[in-house]
Design a protein around this ligand. Structure first.
Ligand code: ZN
Length: 832
């Protein structure tokens, strides 16, 4: 008789209650003999994690915690004092580890219960009317220059950014300043706040022991928008610089008649997401099609298992040979002492029921150890066709096997309804949207839910897809994107993990591929398996020595057995490889409100990053961020902060083997750069409460109707912003123009530092020996993280030759760097 999945889920608890009653019934002496250690009994079910806010002194410590198996969210926050906070999902083991490692635990709270979250699944949320259109913005109108803040420099100080923005709560400022005096300098900023001069100290940002710069860790609320800021160093240097508007937007809301807000009834599982894109493709066959990705996932499936016994040295772990749904779930197991004197250990199987009769002495008392039972099961033809056994987590298993504890039901502990969630390997699907899908249009690739527990992310993807199809022909921007672009969207990269997160273990981040040896494959470890797909890529990997992944199979940043091992990431790579018109990508995650790009990994020793994109490309990234973040803000005034916008390593942490790095560096190598970005949707909300005033709403599982829906809508806006950037890129035929800080033919009395200004973000290739500049010539390099270009020093009379090329490949003055012409820019600099 087959049992219901819910019954199976409860079975370990029932077993524990039986165990408890047996333990209480045993006379003390006999209990001591049977259980040769005095340790606490093992729990009956995996321990429920709780959410903890933790604090470390150096952010690079976070990767060390992850390598020790601590489960961290993406969110971090630097405190005014310079420490770094993160959110961890912890068990008692982690709290002990924190104690040993000097990690400060500020707060521990319960996560939403499985029952609460079940009510958030698609179709379970009461039909909240959330599609009302708003147009009540207090945006500042046009004004975004799209340019990074001008770099101001004086004495020991260089201003990297001085920004102001207006969100739903009011006006804010944000500053980043590099001091030549390093981390110990006291750098302060003075600006007008509500007409009153206010001074505050900036915080040194130090990572992997290296000084990066000083900053306001979180944007600071001000009354009114100050026009300028005066920055001071302890050495007396003082400079005043304008504050630039950041991520400006016109008004909140949507154009009249624009259709949006399609998913209103909760978070989709992987089947819901796939059904949705298939329905859209069927409804709009002229505009969309489904692409079946070639690599099937492992499947929402695994062996059935259980453990017999209560203590580390007495436990016999039993695991089915066939996966649970293929018969494993029907199996039961027991160890019995039938009281016969001098019995030899014997394994008997009756259909689905395996019984081990333990060995006994002359008095009929059990003598079989756990390891003896394990070995007998594995050796016996009676049992080894259906089950295998192993001791608990590498224990020698020398305790007496516990007997007569009833029959243990083996289970895969998978609770999702079988009539909806298949246990078979899954074909991951993408929807391709565009009026012309022949590879001639600029391709854009948006993909969600590499991390299963990021429930908001498929809603972002599905909403963007549906907006494109339902507003085509009525909304001018939408029509332009569909006509001019070739858009690929995967709502859920990781269907198996997603289903596991929605139905079994809400904190599941990884896929369902268990690479653990027996020592970590007992049923109590069942929520600790799988590969972190955003650490399994091939560039900047843990195998290459980069920071922020783990080779431990139970770590939540487990990189897998080798780079690119997982079907899910091979699907992504296949897509960007196959459709070589793709020039933009967006890897959609939650939470924290970030907008990021390469490099995403560094080697801890010396904090050596993957090669930073050229200054021009990074300016292009920043430039595009203004369009994309402004679009996000239009939904409800959420502005992603400047300190959360930039290269992953500079605004979040190092993540070895992540997908955006693979997309960027691989495509650059292939000579067709894909501008690869990451979203972390779920921006903090400014409430004024707490030390920084910023609060995290709902972590990975915000209440759908009250918060999750809006998070999805605003980052679906962000996808529209990305499409705008891509459409502008496709139409861009305007070449950049440049000017230099020296006069052609001018005389200079000593070495001179040359700097360039450009009409748009552009990469500058130059020579100083009079030769033609080519794509092999030196490029203008950045001075440091988030910094401006380093000047080129000319110390003897030279001809400086250069050309500029923008992100779309337009070259200044129509110059052909691969040709023979000499129509590049040049100046002669004469040094006395
Ligand atoms: Zn993620």
């Amino acid at each position: 008789m087959s049992s219901s999945p819910i019954w199976r889920r409860l079975s370990p608890l029932a077993a524990a209650l039986i165990a408890l009653s047996i333990a209480l019934a045993l006379p003390a002496a006999e209990a001591e003999q049977a259980l040769s250690t005095a340790a606490d009994p093992l729990p009956a079910v995996p321990e429920e994690p709780r959410g903890a806010v933790i604090e470390v002194d150096d952010p690079s410590r976070l990767a060390l915690l992850e390598s020790r198996g601590v489960d961290l969210a993406h969110w971090t926050e630097q405190t005014e004092a310079g420490a770094t906070r993160s959110i961890a999902f912890v068990t008692s083991r982690d709290l002990t580890l924190f104690d040993q490692m000097g990690v400060r635990v500020l707060e521990v709270s319960d996560l939403p219960t499985a029952e609460e979250l079940a009510s958030q699944r698609m179709g379970n949320v009461d039909g909240v009317e959330v599609r009302e259109r708003v147009n009540n913005g207090r945006g500042r109108g046009q004004g975004s220059t799209g340019k990074p803040a001008p770099v101001m420099e004086d004495g020991s100080l260089r201003v990297l950014r001085a920004d102001t923005f207006t969100n739903y709560a009011g006006d804010f400022v944000s500053f980043e300043v590099r001091s030549a005096n390093g981390r110990t300098d006291t750098v302060s900023v003075t600006y007008l706040d509500g007409g009153v001069s206010r001074t505050r100290n900036l915080t040194a940002f130090v990572d992997a022991g290296q000084y990066i710069y000083h900053r306001t860790p979180r944007a600071v609320r001000v009354d009114g928008t100050p026009a300028e800021v005066t920055i001071s160093s302890a050495d007396g240097t003082q400079l005043t610089t304008p504050i630039e508007p950041w991520a400006t937007y016109d008004t909140m809301g949507y154009p009249e008649g624009f259709d949006w807000g399609f998913l209103t009834t909760g978070y989709p599982d992987a089947v819901d997401s796939t059904n949705k894109i298939e329905a859209l493709a069927a409804e709009f066959p002229d505009l969309a099609e489904i692409i079946e990705l070639p690599f099937e996932t492992h499947g929402y499936r695994r062996a059935a298992m259980n453990l017999y016994g209560r203590f580390t040295n007495t436990v016999v772990n039993v695991e089915s040979i066939a996966d649970g749904h293929e018969g494993g779930n029907d199996l039961t197991f027991a160890i019995v002492n039938d009281g016969t004197a001098n019995r030899a250990l014997e394994v008997v199987r009756d259909g689905d029921d395996v019984t081990v009769f333990t060995s006994t002495n002359a008095a009929g008392a059990a003598t079989g150890t756990a390891i003896a039972v394990v070995n007998a099961i594995n050796a016996s033809p009676a049992s080894n066709a259906v089950i295998r056994a192993f001791p608990y987590r590498g224990n020698a298993g020398l305790g007496l096997a516990e007997t007569d504890r009833g029959r243990a039901q083996l289970s895969d502990f998978l609770a999702a309804p079988e009539d909806k969630i298949s246990r078979e390997p899954q074909t991951v699907k993408a929807i391709r949207i565009g009026a012309t899908r022949d590879g001639s249009k600029t391709g854009v690739f948006a993909y969600s839910q590499e991390h299963a527990r990021e429930w908001v992310t498929p809603v972002v993807a599905l909403e963007a897809a549906e907006r494109l199809l339902r507003n085509y022909g009525t909304d001018a921007d939408t029509t332009r994107y569909v006509d001019e672009l070739d858009i690929f969207i995967i709502p859920t990269v990781n269907p198996d993990g997603t289903n596991y997160s929605l139905y079994d273990n809400r904190t599941q981040r990884r896929n369902m591929n268990n690479y653990c040896p027996d020592s970590a494959s007992d049923s109590l470890a069942r929520n600790a398996w799988g590969v972190d797909l955003n650490r399994n890529f091939r560039v900047g990997t843990i195998w290459d020595g980069y920071n922020g992944a783990s080779l431990s199979c139970t770590s939540n940043v487990f990189a897998g057995p080798e780079p690119g091992s997982e079907a899910e990431i091979r699907n992504e790579l296949w897509l960007t490889d196959t459709f070589d018109n793709i020039r933009f990508s967006m890897n959609i995650h939650t939470f924290g409100g970030y907008f990021m790009w390469a490099p995403g990994a560094y080697k801890t020793d010396g904090r050596v990053p993957l090669e930073r994109p050229s200054v021009g490309i990074e300016e292009y990234f920043f430039d595009a961020s203004q369009t994309i973040l402004g679009k996000i803000a239009e939904h409800r005034g959420t502005v992603v902060e400047p300190t959360r916008t930039g290269p992953i390593i500079d605004v979040l942490y190092s993540a070895a083997g992540n997908s955006a790095d693979d997309v960027w560096y691989t495509s650059v190598e292939q000579g067709r750069p894909i501008f690869a970005w990451n979203f972390e949707a779920g921006a903090d909300r400014y409430t004024g409460d707490g030390a920084s005033g910023w609060q995290t709403p709902g972590q990975f599982w915000p209440d759908f109707a009250a918060e999750g829906f809006d998070q999805a809508m605003e980052f679906a806006n962000g996808v529209y912003g990305l499409l705008e950037v891509a459409a502008e890129f496709q139409d861009d035929t305007t070449a950049p123009r440049t000017a230099v800080s020296v006069t052609n033919g001018g005389w200079y009395s000593g070495p001179v530092d040359v700097v360039w200004t450009t009409s748009e973000p552009a990469t500058i290739y130059y020579t100083t020996d009079g030769s033609r500049p080519t794509y092999d010539s030196p490029i203008l390099e950045r001075r440091d993280a988030r910094d401006s270009a380093a000047p080129v020093r000319i110390d003897r009379t030279s001809t400086l030759s250069w050309f500029a090329v923008d992100a779309a490949g337009n070259v200044e003055g129509g110059y052909d760097p691969d040709g023979n012409g000499r129509n590049h820019s040049r100046v002669q600099v004469r040094i006395r």
